[in-house]
Design a protein. Sequence first.
Length: 371
Amino acid sequence: MNATPPAGLEKLTFKTIPHSAPVAADARAKLLVDPGFGQIFTDHMASITYHQDKGWHDAQITERKVLQIDPASAVLHYAQEIFEGMKAYRLSDGAMALFRPDANARRFNESARRMAMAEIPEDLFIESINSLIRTDAGWFPSVEGGAIYIRPFMFASEAFLGVRPSREYQYLVIASPVGGYFKSGAPAITVWTSDHYSRAAPGGTGAAKCGGNYAASLIAQAEAYRHGCDQVVFLDAAHSKYVEELGGMNLFFIFDDGSIITPPLSGTILPGITRDSIITLARENRIDIREQAYTLDQWRSDAKSGKLAETFACGTAAVVTPVGKVAGKDGEFTIGDGGPGEMTQRLRSELVAIQRGETDDRHGWVHRIDG
């Protein structure tokens, strides 16, 4: 795969073609009262085209519209597709900002490499998001915890039938004003342990943020819903005993001595940016935090004995979410008092305060969007 950008790519800029009939201000205001999550979308989208011979070109901000693709497009047959999940925030001073977009850009390209796709220059990735948010700045919801969820994605667009990497790709960014992720509104979620389905195997695509990983998780997620749970938790594929992650979130376990364990990145777990941020904050607070394998049996035993005080899941969409109960074929167990724990809330509050510009950004994580 020739993913080397051609000379002059640094001069590629976005051409903005304003929407001819954007959502009226009063109608938009009604939508933003209760946006839910991922149900409504802003007026515009970003797009860039890649061709093996031309590199990245034709960068535009246009109205969000239905795509027209050839039925032989490689993505429909060989699933070359990747994406990212990010949020844009209104800071306490009213400015717009992203949280660690450079980390998203790096992970996007790591996914691209794993899926044999073209890589996109990190500055171009970030500017595609900046340009879209500047254009659709009026879509920020005012609800508590509100933000604009951003979905950059790329798919193989070349029309051919044959098992090889595509020579053409379409990169797009769409945006959605959002409120809370979980609909139940409960102070802590209940998770279902899947003993039949695996999310990823060693050597597979578990560390890539590709649609196939999520498609494979949906049947297990449906199983969790049938048992009255909010999310599914996957065990490792090799031994079916080590806790890995939820359908779309990383896990942390907090013990009665104040120490924390999170499953290690071994190629089968998505390297979450929220996960990495929490590890950094915990170490700054001199908390003993270890990336260490942890079995379902240990989880159950430690919860029942009281050794395990708290469990939480984390990710861009839900930020930090307490896990109060774990269910499965062998029954269920409760963690602590079944609600959010003190350290979980403390770590969440510290992270959110940085994201919202309410405290010092010691790491340069907050990326302000001018305009």
